[in-house]
Design a binder for this molecule. Structure first.
Ligand SMILES: *Cc1c(COP(=O)(O)O)cnc(C)c1O
Length: 366
Protein backbone atom coordinates (compact mmCIF):
# COMPACT_ATOMS: atom_id res chain seq x y z
CA UNK A 1 0.00 0.00 0.00
CA UNK A 2 1.39 3.38 -1.03
CA UNK A 3 1.66 5.76 1.95
CA UNK A 4 -0.49 8.86 1.66
CA UNK A 5 2.53 11.14 2.07
CA UNK A 6 4.02 9.78 -1.18
CA UNK A 7 0.94 8.92 -3.23
CA UNK A 8 -0.04 10.88 -6.31
CA UNK A 9 -3.65 10.36 -5.38
CA UNK A 10 -5.84 9.03 -2.63
CA UNK A 11 -8.95 6.95 -3.18
CA UNK A 12 -11.62 6.78 -0.47
CA UNK A 13 -14.32 4.10 -0.55
CA UNK A 14 -17.27 4.62 1.77
CA UNK A 15 -18.66 1.25 2.86
CA UNK A 16 -21.42 2.92 4.89
CA UNK A 17 -22.65 4.51 1.64
CA UNK A 18 -22.63 1.10 -0.12
CA UNK A 19 -24.67 -0.35 2.76
CA UNK A 20 -27.06 2.63 2.72
CA UNK A 21 -27.52 2.26 -1.04
CA UNK A 22 -28.28 -1.46 -0.64
CA UNK A 23 -30.89 -0.70 2.04
CA UNK A 24 -32.47 2.00 -0.16
CA UNK A 25 -32.70 -0.45 -3.09
CA UNK A 26 -34.07 -3.20 -0.84
CA UNK A 27 -36.80 -0.77 0.29
CA UNK A 28 -37.71 -0.05 -3.35
CA UNK A 29 -38.50 -3.73 -3.81
CA UNK A 30 -39.93 -4.66 -0.41
CA UNK A 31 -41.33 -8.07 -1.46
CA UNK A 32 -38.42 -9.65 -3.36
CA UNK A 33 -35.04 -10.43 -1.91
CA UNK A 34 -32.35 -7.85 -2.76
CA UNK A 35 -29.03 -9.32 -3.88
CA UNK A 36 -25.89 -7.56 -5.13
CA UNK A 37 -23.79 -7.73 -8.29
CA UNK A 38 -20.16 -7.74 -7.14
CA UNK A 39 -18.46 -8.90 -10.34
CA UNK A 40 -15.15 -7.34 -11.43
CA UNK A 41 -14.05 -7.12 -7.78
CA UNK A 42 -17.19 -5.22 -6.74
CA UNK A 43 -16.96 -2.89 -9.74
CA UNK A 44 -13.31 -2.18 -8.94
CA UNK A 45 -13.88 -1.24 -5.30
CA UNK A 46 -12.82 -4.54 -3.73
CA UNK A 47 -14.87 -7.67 -2.93
CA UNK A 48 -12.96 -8.17 0.34
CA UNK A 49 -14.33 -4.89 1.75
CA UNK A 50 -17.64 -4.49 -0.09
CA UNK A 51 -19.06 -8.00 0.45
CA UNK A 52 -18.82 -8.06 4.29
CA UNK A 53 -20.40 -4.57 4.36
CA UNK A 54 -23.26 -5.74 2.14
CA UNK A 55 -23.65 -8.98 4.09
CA UNK A 56 -23.86 -6.99 7.33
CA UNK A 57 -26.52 -4.75 5.78
CA UNK A 58 -28.59 -7.89 5.11
CA UNK A 59 -27.60 -8.99 1.59
CA UNK A 60 -27.44 -12.79 1.20
CA UNK A 61 -27.12 -13.38 -2.55
CA UNK A 62 -24.19 -12.21 -4.66
CA UNK A 63 -23.49 -12.28 -8.39
CA UNK A 64 -19.99 -12.49 -9.88
CA UNK A 65 -18.71 -13.17 -13.40
CA UNK A 66 -16.10 -15.90 -12.83
CA UNK A 67 -15.55 -18.70 -10.32
CA UNK A 68 -12.36 -17.04 -9.01
CA UNK A 69 -14.42 -14.00 -8.03
CA UNK A 70 -16.93 -16.35 -6.45
CA UNK A 71 -14.20 -17.87 -4.29
CA UNK A 72 -13.33 -14.35 -3.06
CA UNK A 73 -16.99 -13.74 -2.17
CA UNK A 74 -17.14 -17.10 -0.37
CA UNK A 75 -14.08 -16.11 1.71
CA UNK A 76 -15.71 -12.77 2.60
CA UNK A 77 -19.20 -14.16 3.29
CA UNK A 78 -19.11 -17.89 4.22
CA UNK A 79 -22.92 -18.24 4.43
CA UNK A 80 -23.83 -16.33 1.24
CA UNK A 81 -25.46 -17.65 -1.92
CA UNK A 82 -23.12 -16.97 -4.85
CA UNK A 83 -24.09 -17.10 -8.52
CA UNK A 84 -21.53 -17.07 -11.34
CA UNK A 85 -23.08 -15.11 -14.22
CA UNK A 86 -20.68 -16.21 -16.95
CA UNK A 87 -21.84 -19.75 -16.41
CA UNK A 88 -19.99 -23.04 -16.15
CA UNK A 89 -16.40 -22.85 -17.38
CA UNK A 90 -15.97 -26.00 -19.48
CA UNK A 91 -14.53 -28.88 -17.47
CA UNK A 92 -14.30 -26.86 -14.24
CA UNK A 93 -17.33 -28.04 -12.27
CA UNK A 94 -15.01 -28.80 -9.36
CA UNK A 95 -14.15 -25.08 -9.00
CA UNK A 96 -17.85 -24.41 -8.30
CA UNK A 97 -18.37 -27.29 -5.91
CA UNK A 98 -15.19 -26.40 -3.98
CA UNK A 99 -16.68 -23.04 -2.92
CA UNK A 100 -20.38 -23.83 -3.21
CA UNK A 101 -20.83 -21.54 -6.23
CA UNK A 102 -23.92 -21.74 -8.42
CA UNK A 103 -23.32 -21.44 -12.16
CA UNK A 104 -25.83 -19.44 -14.20
CA UNK A 105 -26.36 -21.90 -17.06
CA UNK A 106 -27.12 -20.42 -20.47
CA UNK A 107 -27.13 -23.26 -23.00
CA UNK A 108 -28.36 -26.84 -23.25
CA UNK A 109 -24.73 -27.90 -23.50
CA UNK A 110 -23.84 -26.20 -20.22
CA UNK A 111 -26.92 -27.68 -18.52
CA UNK A 112 -25.94 -31.18 -19.72
CA UNK A 113 -22.36 -30.72 -18.51
CA UNK A 114 -23.53 -29.52 -15.08
CA UNK A 115 -25.96 -32.45 -14.75
CA UNK A 116 -23.20 -34.90 -15.73
CA UNK A 117 -20.86 -33.31 -13.17
CA UNK A 118 -23.53 -33.60 -10.48
CA UNK A 119 -24.19 -37.25 -11.29
CA UNK A 120 -20.50 -38.11 -11.37
CA UNK A 121 -19.65 -36.38 -8.07
CA UNK A 122 -22.89 -36.35 -6.12
CA UNK A 123 -22.60 -32.57 -5.77
CA UNK A 124 -26.07 -31.18 -5.05
CA UNK A 125 -25.45 -27.42 -5.14
CA UNK A 126 -27.85 -25.11 -6.99
CA UNK A 127 -27.66 -23.58 -10.43
CA UNK A 128 -29.58 -20.84 -12.25
CA UNK A 129 -31.07 -20.91 -15.71
CA UNK A 130 -30.46 -17.83 -17.85
CA UNK A 131 -32.98 -17.14 -20.59
CA UNK A 132 -32.17 -14.51 -23.21
CA UNK A 133 -35.20 -12.28 -23.66
CA UNK A 134 -33.71 -9.95 -26.23
CA UNK A 135 -30.09 -8.94 -25.75
CA UNK A 136 -28.35 -11.77 -27.64
CA UNK A 137 -25.64 -12.35 -25.09
CA UNK A 138 -25.92 -15.24 -22.68
CA UNK A 139 -28.90 -17.49 -22.07
CA UNK A 140 -31.17 -19.98 -23.81
CA UNK A 141 -33.31 -18.50 -26.54
CA UNK A 142 -36.89 -17.93 -25.37
CA UNK A 143 -38.41 -20.58 -27.64
CA UNK A 144 -35.69 -23.05 -26.65
CA UNK A 145 -36.39 -22.49 -22.94
CA UNK A 146 -40.15 -22.85 -23.43
CA UNK A 147 -39.78 -25.99 -25.56
CA UNK A 148 -37.46 -27.75 -23.09
CA UNK A 149 -38.90 -26.42 -19.81
CA UNK A 150 -40.59 -29.66 -18.73
CA UNK A 151 -37.54 -31.82 -19.47
CA UNK A 152 -34.90 -29.65 -17.78
CA UNK A 153 -33.52 -30.39 -14.30
CA UNK A 154 -34.68 -28.17 -11.42
CA UNK A 155 -32.98 -24.77 -10.98
CA UNK A 156 -32.61 -22.61 -7.87
CA UNK A 157 -33.26 -19.48 -9.98
CA UNK A 158 -34.49 -18.52 -13.44
CA UNK A 159 -33.29 -15.18 -14.69
CA UNK A 160 -32.96 -12.81 -17.63
CA UNK A 161 -31.22 -9.47 -18.11
CA UNK A 162 -32.40 -6.11 -19.51
CA UNK A 163 -30.57 -4.53 -22.44
CA UNK A 164 -32.09 -1.03 -22.05
CA UNK A 165 -33.38 -0.66 -18.49
CA UNK A 166 -31.62 2.72 -18.25
CA UNK A 167 -33.91 4.00 -21.06
CA UNK A 168 -37.41 3.57 -19.59
CA UNK A 169 -39.16 4.42 -22.89
CA UNK A 170 -37.18 1.92 -24.97
CA UNK A 171 -39.58 -0.52 -26.70
CA UNK A 172 -37.28 -3.49 -26.02
CA UNK A 173 -38.14 -3.25 -22.29
CA UNK A 174 -41.79 -4.11 -22.99
CA UNK A 175 -40.78 -7.08 -25.15
CA UNK A 176 -38.31 -8.40 -22.58
CA UNK A 177 -40.84 -8.07 -19.75
CA UNK A 178 -43.49 -9.96 -21.75
CA UNK A 179 -40.99 -12.67 -22.65
CA UNK A 180 -39.84 -13.03 -19.05
CA UNK A 181 -43.44 -13.45 -17.86
CA UNK A 182 -43.71 -16.40 -20.28
CA UNK A 183 -40.48 -17.84 -18.89
CA UNK A 184 -41.73 -17.50 -15.34
CA UNK A 185 -44.97 -19.29 -16.22
CA UNK A 186 -42.99 -22.13 -17.83
CA UNK A 187 -40.93 -22.66 -14.64
CA UNK A 188 -43.58 -22.55 -11.90
CA UNK A 189 -42.15 -22.68 -8.40
CA UNK A 190 -38.66 -21.60 -9.51
CA UNK A 191 -37.62 -18.24 -8.01
CA UNK A 192 -37.28 -15.60 -10.75
CA UNK A 193 -35.06 -12.55 -11.21
CA UNK A 194 -35.01 -9.85 -13.90
CA UNK A 195 -33.94 -6.47 -12.50
CA UNK A 196 -30.53 -4.83 -12.44
CA UNK A 197 -30.22 -1.34 -10.86
CA UNK A 198 -32.13 0.57 -13.54
CA UNK A 199 -34.76 -2.18 -13.82
CA UNK A 200 -35.73 -1.42 -10.23
CA UNK A 201 -36.71 2.09 -11.32
CA UNK A 202 -38.89 1.10 -14.29
CA UNK A 203 -42.57 1.96 -13.76
CA UNK A 204 -43.80 -1.67 -13.59
CA UNK A 205 -43.32 -3.84 -10.53
CA UNK A 206 -40.68 -6.22 -11.87
CA UNK A 207 -38.94 -7.39 -8.71
CA UNK A 208 -40.24 -11.00 -8.97
CA UNK A 209 -38.40 -13.00 -6.27
CA UNK A 210 -34.91 -11.48 -6.37
CA UNK A 211 -33.34 -8.25 -7.69
CA UNK A 212 -29.68 -7.90 -8.67
CA UNK A 213 -28.51 -4.27 -8.52
CA UNK A 214 -24.85 -3.45 -9.16
CA UNK A 215 -23.88 0.06 -10.21
CA UNK A 216 -26.43 1.81 -7.96
CA UNK A 217 -24.79 0.22 -4.90
CA UNK A 218 -21.58 1.98 -5.85
CA UNK A 219 -23.18 5.40 -6.36
CA UNK A 220 -24.01 5.28 -10.09
CA UNK A 221 -27.28 6.89 -11.16
CA UNK A 222 -29.83 4.18 -12.09
CA UNK A 223 -32.11 6.90 -13.52
CA UNK A 224 -30.01 8.75 -16.14
CA UNK A 225 -31.32 12.23 -16.87
CA UNK A 226 -33.00 12.45 -13.47
CA UNK A 227 -31.46 13.34 -10.09
CA UNK A 228 -29.30 10.54 -8.68
CA UNK A 229 -31.13 8.85 -5.78
CA UNK A 230 -27.98 7.02 -4.63
CA UNK A 231 -25.31 8.16 -2.16
CA UNK A 232 -21.79 8.73 -3.55
CA UNK A 233 -19.35 5.99 -2.58
CA UNK A 234 -16.03 6.93 -4.19
CA UNK A 235 -13.82 9.94 -3.72
CA UNK A 236 -10.65 10.37 -5.76
CA UNK A 237 -8.28 13.21 -4.96
CA UNK A 238 -5.02 14.01 -6.70
CA UNK A 239 -2.07 15.83 -5.27
CA UNK A 240 -0.81 19.03 -6.85
CA UNK A 241 2.83 18.39 -7.73
CA UNK A 242 3.51 21.79 -9.28
CA UNK A 243 1.76 25.03 -10.18
CA UNK A 244 2.90 26.34 -13.57
CA UNK A 245 2.31 29.49 -15.56
CA UNK A 246 2.37 29.86 -19.34
CA UNK A 247 2.24 32.82 -21.73
CA UNK A 248 -0.44 33.41 -24.33
CA UNK A 249 0.30 31.20 -27.34
CA UNK A 250 2.17 28.51 -25.37
CA UNK A 251 0.86 24.95 -25.42
CA UNK A 252 0.05 22.37 -22.73
CA UNK A 253 0.86 18.66 -22.86
CA UNK A 254 1.65 15.98 -25.45
CA UNK A 255 0.66 16.80 -28.99
CA UNK A 256 0.37 20.52 -28.11
CA UNK A 257 -3.41 20.17 -28.44
CA UNK A 258 -4.27 22.94 -25.97
CA UNK A 259 -3.09 26.52 -26.50
CA UNK A 260 -3.18 29.33 -23.93
CA UNK A 261 -5.34 32.13 -25.29
CA UNK A 262 -4.14 34.41 -22.47
CA UNK A 263 -1.47 34.12 -19.78
CA UNK A 264 -2.44 30.95 -17.87
CA UNK A 265 -1.86 29.05 -14.66
CA UNK A 266 -2.01 25.27 -14.27
CA UNK A 267 -2.04 22.83 -11.40
CA UNK A 268 -0.09 19.71 -12.44
CA UNK A 269 -1.46 16.72 -10.52
CA UNK A 270 0.10 13.27 -10.05
CA UNK A 271 -2.60 11.18 -11.71
CA UNK A 272 -2.83 9.93 -15.27
CA UNK A 273 -4.25 7.25 -17.47
CA UNK A 274 -2.09 4.61 -15.76
CA UNK A 275 -4.31 5.24 -12.73
CA UNK A 276 -7.50 4.83 -14.68
CA UNK A 277 -7.97 8.57 -15.14
CA UNK A 278 -9.11 7.90 -18.68
CA UNK A 279 -7.08 9.48 -21.48
CA UNK A 280 -10.32 9.94 -23.40
CA UNK A 281 -11.01 12.76 -20.90
CA UNK A 282 -8.20 14.82 -22.47
CA UNK A 283 -9.12 18.25 -23.83
CA UNK A 284 -8.00 20.25 -26.85
CA UNK A 285 -8.52 23.74 -28.25
CA UNK A 286 -11.79 22.58 -29.81
CA UNK A 287 -12.89 19.99 -27.24
CA UNK A 288 -13.72 19.96 -23.54
CA UNK A 289 -12.61 17.03 -21.41
CA UNK A 290 -12.57 16.00 -17.78
CA UNK A 291 -13.14 18.32 -14.83
CA UNK A 292 -11.47 18.65 -11.45
CA UNK A 293 -12.73 20.50 -8.41
CA UNK A 294 -10.00 22.75 -7.08
CA UNK A 295 -10.74 24.42 -3.74
CA UNK A 296 -14.40 23.64 -4.51
CA UNK A 297 -14.39 25.22 -7.98
CA UNK A 298 -14.84 23.21 -11.18
CA UNK A 299 -11.72 23.55 -13.36
CA UNK A 300 -11.03 21.98 -16.77
CA UNK A 301 -8.32 19.49 -17.63
CA UNK A 302 -5.93 21.25 -20.05
CA UNK A 303 -4.56 19.21 -22.95
CA UNK A 304 -3.81 15.51 -23.03
CA UNK A 305 -3.88 13.39 -19.91
CA UNK A 306 -0.42 11.76 -19.60
CA UNK A 307 0.41 8.39 -18.03
CA UNK A 308 1.22 9.86 -14.60
CA UNK A 309 0.34 13.54 -14.85
CA UNK A 310 -2.57 15.82 -15.72
CA UNK A 311 -2.66 19.61 -16.11
CA UNK A 312 -5.64 21.51 -14.72
CA UNK A 313 -6.47 25.04 -15.79
CA UNK A 314 -6.66 27.07 -12.57
CA UNK A 315 -6.26 30.46 -14.26
CA UNK A 316 -9.71 31.60 -13.06
CA UNK A 317 -8.90 31.01 -9.38
CA UNK A 318 -7.17 33.48 -7.06
CA UNK A 319 -3.40 32.94 -7.13
CA UNK A 320 -3.25 31.59 -3.56
CA UNK A 321 -6.21 29.19 -4.03
CA UNK A 322 -3.99 26.28 -5.01
CA UNK A 323 -0.45 25.40 -3.97
CA UNK A 324 2.00 22.53 -4.36
CA UNK A 325 0.91 19.72 -2.02
CA UNK A 326 -2.81 20.60 -2.11
CA UNK A 327 -5.42 17.97 -3.06
CA UNK A 328 -7.88 18.43 -5.90
CA UNK A 329 -11.01 16.32 -6.37
CA UNK A 330 -11.37 14.19 -9.53
CA UNK A 331 -14.35 12.10 -8.36
CA UNK A 332 -16.53 13.02 -5.39
CA UNK A 333 -19.78 14.44 -4.08
CA UNK A 334 -19.73 17.33 -6.54
CA UNK A 335 -18.35 15.31 -9.44
CA UNK A 336 -20.06 11.93 -9.71
CA UNK A 337 -18.89 8.86 -11.61
CA UNK A 338 -21.56 9.29 -14.31
CA UNK A 339 -20.41 12.85 -15.08
CA UNK A 340 -16.77 11.79 -15.02
CA UNK A 341 -17.62 8.99 -17.46
CA UNK A 342 -19.68 11.21 -19.76
CA UNK A 343 -16.79 13.68 -20.06
CA UNK A 344 -14.53 10.83 -21.20
CA UNK A 345 -17.11 9.48 -23.64
CA UNK A 346 -17.95 6.50 -21.45
CA UNK A 347 -20.04 5.42 -18.45
CA UNK A 348 -19.61 5.36 -14.68
CA UNK A 349 -19.21 1.57 -14.77
CA UNK A 350 -16.01 1.92 -16.79
CA UNK A 351 -14.72 4.75 -14.59
CA UNK A 352 -15.02 2.53 -11.50
CA UNK A 353 -13.67 -0.67 -13.03
CA UNK A 354 -10.71 1.23 -14.52
CA UNK A 355 -9.52 2.67 -11.20
CA UNK A 356 -5.83 1.83 -10.90
CA UNK A 357 -3.61 0.24 -8.30
CA UNK A 358 -1.36 3.21 -7.52
CA UNK A 359 -3.57 5.03 -5.05
CA UNK A 360 -3.32 5.49 -1.37
CA UNK A 361 -6.56 3.62 -0.76
CA UNK A 362 -8.67 4.03 2.34
CA UNK A 363 -11.86 2.25 3.15
CA UNK A 364 -14.17 4.01 5.60
CA UNK A 365 -17.49 3.24 7.29
CA UNK A 366 -16.91 -0.52 7.66
C1 LIG B 1 -23.90 -6.65 -14.13
C2 LIG B 1 -25.18 -7.34 -14.06
C3 LIG B 1 -26.17 -6.92 -13.16
C4 LIG B 1 -26.06 -5.62 -12.39
O1 LIG B 1 -26.24 -4.55 -13.33
P1 LIG B 1 -26.20 -3.01 -12.93
O2 LIG B 1 -26.59 -2.31 -14.18
O3 LIG B 1 -24.80 -2.72 -12.53
O4 LIG B 1 -27.16 -2.82 -11.81
C5 LIG B 1 -27.30 -7.70 -13.03
N1 LIG B 1 -27.47 -8.82 -13.80
C6 LIG B 1 -26.56 -9.23 -14.70
C7 LIG B 1 -26.81 -10.44 -15.51
C8 LIG B 1 -25.39 -8.49 -14.87
O5 LIG B 1 -24.49 -8.89 -15.77
Amino acid sequence: MIPEAEAGARLTIDLAAIAANWRALARRAPGPECGAAVKADAYGLGIAAAVPALRKAGCRTFFVAFPGEGAAVRAAAPDAVVYVLNGLVAGRGEAYAAHDLRPVLGSLEEIAEWSAFQHATGWGGGAALHVDTGMTRLGLRLEEALAHAAALPPFSLVMSHFACADQPAHPLNTRQIAAFRQVRAAFPGTPASLCNSSGLFLPDDLGFDLVRPGIALYGGNPTPGRPNPMAPVVRLEARVIAVRTARAGECVGYGATWTCRAPGRFAIVGVGYADGFLRAGSSADDRDGALARVAGHPCRVAGRISMDLTAIDVGALPEDAVRRGDWVELIGDGLGIDEVGRRAGTIGYEVLTSLGRRYNKRVTGG
